[in-house]
Ligand binder design. Structure first.
Ligand SMILES: O=C(O)C[C@H]1C=CC(=O)O1
Length: 96
């Protein structure tokens, strides 16, 4: 199942810079692992924002929820989820 996810990061202004750097490093490591595993299919920065558009390929809504909740930056993100299905005019056979 494919999901389009928007994540907007809002770190507290008073968060210690070392804590912020540590969370970002943990997030990056997990994000890259999930990309290598094929679960995090796309990761795009939204220009001008500390936010991203992502596409996840997971087995269920529960899997998506569990994945998002384990992200180190999860407590500091506003997350919007949209489920995707195949468009009848798409020429890409790997859409699903
Ligand atoms: O930077 C972000 O958009 C937040 C988050 C998503 C992946 C990652 O490494 O950090």
């Amino acid at each position: 199942m494919l999901f389009h996810v928007k994540m907007t990061v809002n770190l507290p202004v008073d968060m210690h810079p070392e804590r912020a750097a540590s969370l970002k490093a943990e997030e990056k490591a997990l994000a890259q692992r999930l990309q290598q595993e094929g679960k995090w299919r796309h990761l795009w920065r939204i220009a001008g924002h500390y936010a991203n558009y992502s596409v996840f390929d997971v087995d269920s809504v529960q899997d998506l929820h569990d994945l998002l909740m384990q992200l180190p930056l999860f407590p500091y993100m506003a997350i919007e989820v949209n489920a995707l299905c195949r468009h009848p005019s798409s020429i890409h056979a790997d859409d699903r």
